[in-house]
Design a protein around this ligand. Sequence first.
Ligand SMILES: Nc1ncnc2c1ncn2[C@@H]1O[C@H](COP(=O)(O)OP(=O)(O)OP(=O)(O)O)[C@@H](O)[C@H]1O
Ligand SMILES: [Mg+2]
Length: 237
Amino acid sequence: MAFFEIQNLHVYYGFIHALKGISLTVEEGEIVTLIGANGAGKTTTLRTISGLLQPQEGDVRFNGESLLKYRPHEIVKMGIIHVPEGRRVFARMTVQENLEMGAYVREDKDGIAEDLKRVFKLFPRLEERRGQLAGTLSGGEQQMLAIGRALMSRPRVLLMDEPSMGLAPVLVEEIFDTIKELNETQNLTILLVEQNAHMALQIAHRGYVLETGVITIAGSAQELATNPEVQKAYLGM
Ligand SMILES: Nc1ncnc2c1ncn2[C@@H]1O[C@H](COP(=O)(O)OP(=O)(O)OP(=O)(O)O)[C@@H](O)[C@H]1O
Ligand SMILES: [Mg+2]
């Protein structure tokens, strides 16, 4: 039994068959990346895991239990936390309020205060700007806030949708270093969706290539990085 698992998932938008029977596993403490071009079905996969979309067929399982019978907020409560595409923060709330929103399912006040400290330690820039409205943060700062907010909910599995999108290369490095650090120091399990295969394969343990709703290649990060098809299509070699 895998820690986290997708089995033969089929998802449609009306007549569009967006996911055509994909299967993948993520073990506890692993970073697994799902690489694919625009429209491959990466976001659709994460939205289905989070309970925002219902599959026509297949299953999503966490610790051996199907998640399909749960509603999105219940899935959040189980610790499966989605950092959405385009870093959706609450623009009219302050940085600190956004972070507190991440902990809304929790009741342990002391633990929340402790985690807030930890997020500020991880992202000092957020602490400097704790009173600033989130909508006025730079793109990179908003990405940090989106990750920080997810961490405030004590994730057991973090689902990250293209954290590198729209960021300058230095900031991409910084975000990926942080993801790696969270995995290494907190044994955090991460499913990382990316178009930036170059960065994703540097920090992931394993990966899958998704092409128009079908997984075409699977292997260790090393295997994918040296696979000629991956190099040609996703690494610009
Ligand atoms: N709400 C929707 N209604 C209809 N079709 C949709 C909807 N959302 C996504 N699709 C289609 O499903 C397919 C997969 O989309 P998805 O957003 O999962 O791709 P993606 O891999 O995340 O792409 P990107 O890298 O551009 O974010 C695409 O063909 C897309 O046009
Ligand atoms: Mg997407």
